[in-house]
Design a protein around this ligand. Structure first.
Ligand SMILES: [Zn+2]
Length: 330
């Protein structure tokens, strides 16, 4: 059975070097064999596996674990957290890097483009270049842009362009808007911060009518849809109870947009949680992901949790590769 991993990350070394030397808000610290990345004092990412930086080590891991294709992306911190003058050239540089890697990989790698979201017109240009000249299969956006919700009107041109160019958007966690709260309660950001941030972002895209405006837009909500599949009843009821007061005005029930415009990946590593999402979304909308090479991730756990599902083999095949082939046209 072919396996396409739609959610995993690679940090190009030159990007880490830039963060280490030039960034004021982002800090890169080396501790034992690990590289720790901080944003405004909050620990954001941990690099401890060679394949997180080195494409050759990554290919060895893929061969060993029998992953056929990875659609790779940068992880947080991304270019929109850099100063504007640096964000635009770095988006180009990183997308060029990923495109070259893909071209040399004989089909093992595809990629999501990064956008300099501190500048929307520049992001549109880069999005078009990434699709037309570089062959990007999707875009990675982060769950907020320097604290700003991604469902605000200024981001609509991105959704319009992605929709017309048929580029799915992976809404990946960035530094969560709850970072200061989590710091106060002494909890690690990856525990609640990341999944709540993407859930707020995707629920916002629905509530604020982005899918009524751009009905062909396709979103990938990672980590098994955050907590959306689990809270779906409440998300529908909150719209009914408070929608009018908040001036939300949708054509359909919130959960229906999720079923029609959103894909989730399989990253929870917990089979009963996967079953909950599948019961809500169906097997056509679940994509296989690993979050390689982050510490809360792993190819073995990811494969095992999907294999353990009490589903027909052809349903599992949809999750492992067929849905991704259809969505990304690979
Ligand atoms: Zn990730």
């Amino acid at each position: 059975m072919r396996i396409i991993d739609v959610h995993n990350h690679l940090y190009p070394k030159e990007w880490l070097d830039y963060l280490e030397k030039h960034s004021k808000t982002l800090a890169v610290r080396k501790k034992d064999d690990k590289i720790l990345i901080y944003f405004k004092g909050t620990r954001l990412a941990t690099i401890e596996k060679k394949g997180h930086i080195d494409p050759e080590a990554r290919l060895q891991d893929m061969d060993e674990k029998k992953i056929d294709v990875q659609i790779i992306s940068l992880s947080t911190p991304s270019v929109e957290l850099a100063p504007k003058r640096d964000g635009i050239p770095w988006a180009k540089r990183l997308n060029d890097y990923f495109a070259t890697l893909c071209q040399r990989s004989k089909g093992r790698f595809q990629f999501y483009a990064v956008l300099p979201l501190q500048d929307i017109p520049a992001s549109i240009k880069e999005l078009e270049r990434a699709k037309t000249d570089l062959g990007a299969k999707g875009i990675i956006m982060f769950s907020n842009v320097c604290g700003k919700p991604i469902y605000f009107q200024e981001f609509y041109p991105i959704y319009e362009a992605a929709s017309s160019l048929n580029l799915p958007i992976l809404i990946h966690p960035g530094p969560p808007i709850t970072s200061t709260v989590l710091k106060k309660v002494m909890m690690p950001v990856p525990l609640f911060g990341f999944v709540m941030d993407t859930t707020i972002a995707v629920t916002g895209l629905i509530y604020f009518g982005i899918f009524d405006r751009f009905p062909d837009l396709k979103i990938i909500h990672p980590h098994l849809g955050g907590v959306f599949p689990y809270l779906v009843g409440r998300i529908n009821d909150a719209y009914k109870a408070y929608g009018k007061d908040y001036r939300f005005c949708l054509k359909k029930e919130p959960s229906q947009y999720y079923r029609e415009n959103v894909y989730v990946d399989s990253i929870s590593f917990h089979t009963p949680s996967l079953l909950c999402a599948i019961e809500f979304m169906g097997t056509d909308r679940v994509l296989f992901g690993t979050d390689y090479a982050h510490p809360i991730g792993g190819i073995d756990k990811a494969i095992k949790s999907v294999r353990a599902l009490n589903l027909k083999e052809e349903e599992k095949e949809k999750i492992f590769s067929e849905n991704a082939k259809r969505l990304f046209k690979i």
